[in-house]
Design a protein around this ligand. Structure first.
Ligand code: KG4
Ligand code: ZN
Length: 339
């Protein structure tokens, strides 16, 4: 087979990214222009500012990706783009740019689900990885268990009923005065703390019933906030590392338990972590510790492929390209797109 080149764009939140990937698996360029410093002073992403920054950055980022990959627009075989879920104004910048490129170059346009992209990041990091497997998608906006039967056959097993895992990390981090996004800071602080110091709740820990593969993190978030507020009211100082470690343990316990159960349910021997929270050191360590005794192997991407990037979108787009799953020029941003 001749080399197939995919150019992809990712603008769903606060990174403007363009990537060139060969044959779905080899990253030739993955340029990520992060807006984190811009949004940090507001303690979170400001949608209007994100859209404006994407408009400023998208063409330079594409130019840089093509130069880094040593290729040109005319050599590209398909244009992939995230069309949801995400911030509508942010998504529209990527979608409009991809449509303009596809139309003017007369190349196939491929709309990609951002969450599927996160899962496919693992194919870039692990050349030997093949479906079937169960994926835990844990990001700032989503917490889902997915059974990937084949490259283009995905089944949602369960998801969060309220907050996403990353959202809980970020909200707790904010009240502990860590910069945005707070997940990595909690991860670091937890290394010095005792995960058994405070007994925070584990929601839906039951092994059966309709919540078997469902998650809930809003009660945990409230429990941690109450703990911090009551200590402040009593004028007591708290151990931030202990709070971070105990909170993180409550999240990781539930994620690990349900992911192992989902793998058993699906009858697979591989587990894949995806999304920003997949970079969490405790989540990676716990799953890797518990999986082998159940005959399971764990895969996760390196940090740069865990958080938002266009290479994962190019990988997903490639497998849609192979299956002839193209979009037309009516492609629109779908902010609440699901798996
Ligand atoms: O996938 P992502 O880059 O963006 C979304 O699609 O949401 O995920 C960002 C999320 C943020 O909530 C961030 O705090 C979290 O991933 N995150 C982490 C870690 N690194 C990033 N959470 C816990 N531990 C980490 N090491
Ligand atoms: Zn993401």
């Amino acid at each position: 087979m001749n080399q197939s080149l995919t150019l992809a764009l990712e603008t769903s939140c606060d990174e403007t990214s363009a990537a060139v990937v060969a044959n779905g698996r080899t990253v030739l360029a993955n340029i990520i222009s992060s807006q984190v410093p811009t949004h940090q002073k507001f303690g979170g992403v400001v949608p209007e500012i994100a859209s404006r920054k994407h408009i400023e950055n998208v063409i330079p980022v594409i130019d840089q990706a093509l130069t880094t990959a040593g290729t040109t627009l005319s050599a590209v075989d398909a244009i992939g783009v995230t069309y949801g879920p995400g911030l509508v104004g942010a998504l529209l910048v990527g979608v409009a740019t991809a449509k303009a490129l596809a139309f003017s170059l007369d190349k196939p346009l491929i709309g990609v689900n951002h969450l599927e992209g996160h899962i496919f990041a693992n194919f870039l990091a692990h050349p030997e990885l093949e479906p079937p497997f169960v994926a835990l998608v844990v990001s700032g906006g989503h917490t889902s268990l997915v059974y990937l039967k084949d490259y283009n056959e995905l089944e949602l097993l369960g998801q969060t009923r309220d907050d996403a895992a990353g959202e809980a990390f970020d909200k707790i981090a904010r009240v502990m005065n860590f910069p945005y996004p707070g997940g990595p800071y909690i991860d670091q602080a937890a290394k010095q703390g005792n995960p058994a110091a405070i007994a925070f709740p584990r929601a839906f820990a039951g092994k059966n019933g309709e919540t078997k593969f469902a998650f809930s993190f809003s009660g945990l978030k409230s429990a941690v906030l109450n703990y911090l507020n009551s200590a402040a009211q009593r004028g007591e100082t708290v151990s931030i590392p202990d709070v971070a470690a105990s909170f993180q343990a409550a999240v990781v316990d539930v994620l690990v338990m349900k992911t192992l159960a989902a793998a058993e349910h699906a009858g697979v021997d591989k587990i894949v972590l995806a999304g920003g929270v997949a970079a969490n050191s405790s989540l990676q360590a716990e799953l890797t510790l518990q999986a082998p005794s159940r005959g399971l192997t764990v895969f996760y991407p390196p940090p740069v492929l865990c958080t938002d990037n266009a290479a994962m979108i190019a990988c997903r787009a490639h497998y849609q390209y192979v299956a002839g799953d193209f979009s037309d020029l009516n492609l629109n941003a779908v902010p609440s797109l699901t798996l």
